[in-house]
Design a protein around this ligand. Structure first.
Ligand code: AMP
Length: 502
């Protein structure tokens, strides 16, 4: 039984040493090179006497990120990727949660960490140099490793303004990847076309299914996602067999009928999606052009290791029909619940309820945040251990397939990114001169709208927010008000404000 994800790289590098493992615009690595570089990183970490600690990876997207992830895992530590496009203030907050002793970065980027207040050690990726005894050094550390050891901490938006670090163990990733491999049967002849940023949970399937099966991971240049024809040409040129993208990324080539210019029938075999609702109409466009491809809707939040439910598309859907999220993956239990007076019960057949998840996929909790952990990881009244309350509302359809209906709170999905509107409000409220604010989502136009009660200009607020929030959280529109309306409970009248934008 696999206990540590590094076993996959060991086996694959032994089976396909010369097989192409990783490819980006600048660099390529074979499986042998991948493993040797990861072992070199591991030895450098072990020499610093760091064990069971978070190690941040601060690198631009490319082959060096998965290499660093494996290197950190080989060293008996766990990784946390920090996006180089984030504003300094947000990097600081993440660092304050993690308190990392080590960062893997490169010299040209390192000053940003200084500016964000990082005072720990650094390992520069350009200095990694393999040595003869790397393997022996790593083996001595990993002999005591167990499946319950953490593999990574990924950050998600937090409504209080502090992003939450979701920690995940080797065991959860092993269960998920073994399930994905058993359902989709990946081999060394496959090629993954990676869209998901490495700080986003969807990338887990790409990285680890590729490493387990010996497939190649092609890191698609980000700018191509705004150019549908060159994007599809890239897939064709590299003979990509599998894509696992957010629906927002799949919609662009479908809407613009880019398939008319590029024929992918001879290469593409699987189109998987996860992270937000896949509109049936867009799915039908893909299926019309590429009818022989296997399409699957995967569902799940970061807290349960990427996906806990799946549905392999097996029939036509009318444009207005929801595409089901299907049934739980192996080793996972899912319940639809309602709560009254603190009592949790399952909803009756056909009724909607909050989706709760239990099983080996569950995160041990938010890193260094027991309070937030207790709020959503609760004792499972229907089985043993804990269950995670997703905040998503679902329902079983007449065929017994689970459907996603909506959220029960202020969390949104915008261009595939999970965002707590409260985090945008916390940032706006922190701008001098803003007395209060309210962020809403215009789901029709796919825009975040911020209402601000203030005498200062919207351009000043925008400029201030750019220092606090990632680009994808920036409001598309800021509406200045003398006074934000309140409802009879004295709370911001969100319903009234919603009318302004619809
Ligand atoms: P994240 O933690 O960023 O992966 O976001 C998880 C959230 O994305 C879930 O709680 C859902 O609200 C939404 N989500 C994920 N997969 C799907 C799906 N297949 N259909 C609809 N919403 C989804």
């Amino acid at each position: 039984m696999t206990k540590n994800i590094t076993e996959w790289l060991d086996k694959t590098a032994a089976r396909f040493p010369e097989g192409l493992a990783l490819h980006d615009e600048q660099e390529e690595l074979t499986y042998q090179e991948y493993r040797i570089k990861a072992l070199g990183i591991a030895r450098s970490i072990i020499e610093k006497n760091i064990r069971h600690e978070p190690v941040i990876v601060y690198l631009e997207k490319g082959v060096n990120i998965p290499v660093s992830f494996f290197g950190i895992a080989y060293s008996g530590n766990f990784y946390s990727p920090v996006d180089t496009a984030l504003p300094k203030a947000r990097v600081s907050v993440m660092l304050s949660v993690l308190q990392p002793k080590l960062a893997i970065t490169r010299r040209s980027l390192s000053w940003v960490l200084d500016d964000a207040g990082y005072r720990g050690e650094r390992l520069f990726i350009e200095d990694i140099c393999p040595a003869e005894d790397d393997e022996a050094v790593v083996a001595s550390v990993l002999s005591g490793a167990g499946g319950e050891d953490l593999l990574y901490v990924l950050f998600t938006s937090g409504s209080t303004g502090i992003p939450k670090g979701v920690s995940i163990t080797h065991r959860s990733v092993i269960n998920y990847i073994e399930w994905a491999d058993s359902v989709f049967s990946f081999t060394e002849r496959d090629s993954f076309g990676n869209q998901a940023p490495f700080y986003f949970d969807n990338s887990i399937l790409d990285i680890y299914c590729a490493a387990k099966s010996g497939a190649t991971l092609y890191i698609i240049p980000k700018h191509l996602f705004a150019q549908p024809v060159p994007l599809l040409s890239y897939l064709k040129e590299h003979r990509i067999t599998t894509i696992f993208w957010v629906p927002s990324a799949l919609i662009v080539p479908a809407k613009l009928h880019a398939f008319r210019n590029v024929d992918l029938t001879s290469c593409l075999k699987r189109v998987l999606f996860c992270g937000e609702v896949m509109p049936a109409r867009q799915l039908s466009l893909w299926r019309a052009y590429l009818p022989d491809v296997c399409y699957a809707n995967l569902y799940g939040p970061t807290e349960i290791t990427d996906a806990c439910a799946y549905y392999i598309i097996d029939r036509e859907f009318a444009d207005y029909e929801p595409v089901p999220i299907g049934k739980p993956i192996r080793g996972v239990e899912m319940y639809l619940i309602t709560e009254e007076d603190g009592k949790i019960r399952r909803v009756s057949k056909g009724a909607s309820g909050e989706i709760c998840v239990a099983g080996v996929c569950l995160s041990p909790g938010y890193y260094q945040n027991p309070e937030k952990t207790r709020e959503v990881f609760v004792p499972n009244p229907f089985g043993s251990g804990l269950m995670y309350k997703t905040g998503d509302i679902g329902r079983y359809n007449a065929r017994g397939e689970l459907e996603y209906l909506s959220r029960k709170d202020f969390q949104i999905k915008h261009l595939g990114h999970r965002i707590e509107l409260g985090e945008i409000e916390t940032a706006a409220d922190s701008v001098a001169g803003v007395s209060r604010s309210c962020a809403l989502y215009d789901a029709v136009r796919h825009k975040i709208v911020l209402f601000a009660e203030t005498g200062i200009s919207s351009s000043f607020i925008e400029e201030s927010l750019a220092h606090l929030l990632p680009a994808y959280m920036m409001p598309s529109k800021i509406i200045i008000m003398d006074e934000i309306p309140i409802n009879c409970n004295g709370k911001i009248d969100r319903t009234l404000l919603q009318e302004y934008i619809t």
